[in-house]
Design a protein around this ligand. Structure first.
Ligand SMILES: Nc1nc2c(ncn2[C@@H]2O[C@H](COP(=O)(O)OP(=O)(O)OP(=O)(O)O)[C@@H](O)[C@H]2O)c(=O)[nH]1
Ligand SMILES: [Mg+2]
Length: 456
């Protein structure tokens, strides 16, 4: 096990070479020595300085680079950090990394290790670490905004104030327990404590109410294309994705597996699924495809039920998914209809009246722009304008257990047992401590940092 404190770590922190520039970072007690060994001397703190980078053993010049020096504790990891901005060629990077590896006390960083040090040295709480991971992974504007707010402590600071208030309430209750025999301790300390708890409980409940939205924003709204075989589901997916993601053929039963594409619709993330045409089949592979299609569609936020407009009115076959899923009907292949037929179609809705019906052609693109505008509108309404505080299941679980503990406090009431109230308050505060990473989180740390890239 490498010593997380004493080792000095280094890594390529920029993207995959070759690139215009490569950033190599070094963090730890020997960062200054390493930079001196390669670049001659330390630049002034936080000022970029042009330097020749040499192999410390042979003295050969490897490259000319910008050198930066961030002495701890005012650095990202709270340790000494040195940074080299090199030309981003593979051989340059390889030579610099190999030179660093030969310096005593230095070793390559593990995935997420810079951030882990920032966390362990108290520069970031755990929710901010997750926000940072999400910011790096953000693919759309809405995701970027949510991640940035979390990195900046939107959730972490709220959780900290909640925890502080719980501890205040706990202090009131404990005062009653400790000094119950003494005359000058006010009789009613539980009452004020309960008032604090009620307020906390309501705020936490409100945050939990928006949790699903925040988690969805990370993963994307799931929209499944489903329907009978050969109606043009895969063609529609390809048209929306603007690439040939799925195989299209005139043979019914072409798509077997679920095909997934990620879209950015006006800044909102949407995961679009193409599924196997639903029909009875003797082919076990196709049966499995149909089973998957039905399962994914029933878990989706929105199902696009595609119908072939040339088949005439659908006979009540809208979709096998009843229940909570929202369903839109798409009549496809309208390019094959005369304009009279099209007019007639646009006035007719033989489907469930609550379904929105679109008439379009996935091949020619007719009607697709209107359809996409509606889809983007749907995503926008779904995510709403208000931001969600919680973005992960982990956050939801922590707040849920805090809320449950607070509920038990409230159930005890003003005449409740002080020791029970105190214990539940401790549990609630502990849940919030886990959320921000202040208490026993060893078990979740590895999972969180594993998602990071090396050099971050
Ligand atoms: N004219 C016309 N043909 C279309 C349109 N959309 C799809 N097709 C054709 O219909 C056939 C089936 O298209 P697919 O996209 O493979 O249909 P699917 O619903 O994915 O079929 P399965 O995967 O077998 O369930 C292909 O020959 C497509 O070229 C359309 O809007 N107009
Ligand atoms: Mg298909």
């Amino acid at each position: 096990m490498p010593d997380p404190i004493r080792d000095t770590i280094f890594a390529l922190s920029s993207g995959r070479p070759p690139a215009a520039i490569a950033v190599v970072r070094i963090s730890g007690p020997r960062a200054g020595d390493a930079l001196t060994a390669l670049a001659g001397r330390l630049p002034e703190p936080r000022k970029a300085k042009l330097a020749r980078v040499r192999d410390p053993v042979s003295g050969e010049v490897i490259d000319e680079a910008l050198a930066l020096w961030f002495p701890g504790p005012d650095s990202e990891t709270a340790e000494d950090i040195a940074e080299l901005q090199l030309h981003g060629g593979r051989a340059v990077i390889a030579a610099v990394l190999s030179a660093l590896g030969r310096i005593e006390g230095l070793r390559p960083a593990e995935a997420g290790e810079f951030t882990r040090r920032a966390f362990e040295n108290g520069r970031l709480d755990l929710t901010a670490v997750e926000g940072l991971a999400d910011l790096i992974g953000a693919e759309t504007e809405a995701q970027r905004r949510q991640a940035y707010r979390q990195l900046k402590g939107l959730l972490g600071k709220r959780a900290e104030t909640w925890r502080a208030r719980m501890i205040e309430a706990l202090a009131l209750v404990e005062a009653r327990i400790d000094f119950s025999d003494e005359a000058d301790v006010p009789e009613d300390l539980i009452g004020p404590a309960l008032k604090v708890v009620q307020g906390l409980r309501d705020e936490i409940a409100e945050a939990l109410a928006g949790a699903a939205r925040g988690e969805r924003l990370r993963d994307g709204l799931v929209v499944a294309i489903a329907g009978p075989p050969n109606v043009g589901k895969s063609t529609l997916l390809n048209r929306i994705a603007r690439r040939e993601a799925a195989i299209v053929s005139p043979m019914p039963g072409t798509t077997r597996d679920v095909i997934e594409v990620h879209l950015d619709l006006d800044g909102y993330p949407v995961t679009l699924l193409d599924t196997a045409g639903i029909r009875d089949s003797d082919d076990p592979v196709e049966q499995e495809g149909v089973r998957r299609a039905q399962q994914r569609a029933s878990e989706a936020d929105l199902v696009l039920w595609v119908h072939d407009a040339t088949d005439g009115p659908a006979q009540g076959e809208t979709s096998p998914f009843s229940g909570a899923v929202t369903k839109w009907v798409v009549r496809n292949k309208i390019d094959l209809l005369t304009s009279e037929k099209r007019d007639e179609l646009s006035k007719r809705n033989e489907f469930d009246l609550s379904s929105i019906v679109f008439n379009l052609s996935a091949t020619t693109g007719l009607g697709v722009a209107e359809f996409l505008a509606q889809l983007a509108g749907y995503a926008k309404t779904y995510f709403g304008v208000a931001s969600s505080l919680l973005t992960r299941e982990r956050h939801r679980k922590a707040l849920n257990s805090a809320q449950t503990a607070l509920d038990r406090v409230l159930a005890e009431g003003p005449s409740g047992r002080e020791d029970i109230v105190a214990e539940e308050l401790r549990l609630a505060a502990h849940s919030l401590g886990r959320l921000t990473g202040q208490v026993d989180v060893e078990d979740i740390l590895d999972a969180i940092f594993r998602d990071f890239c090396i050099g971050k």
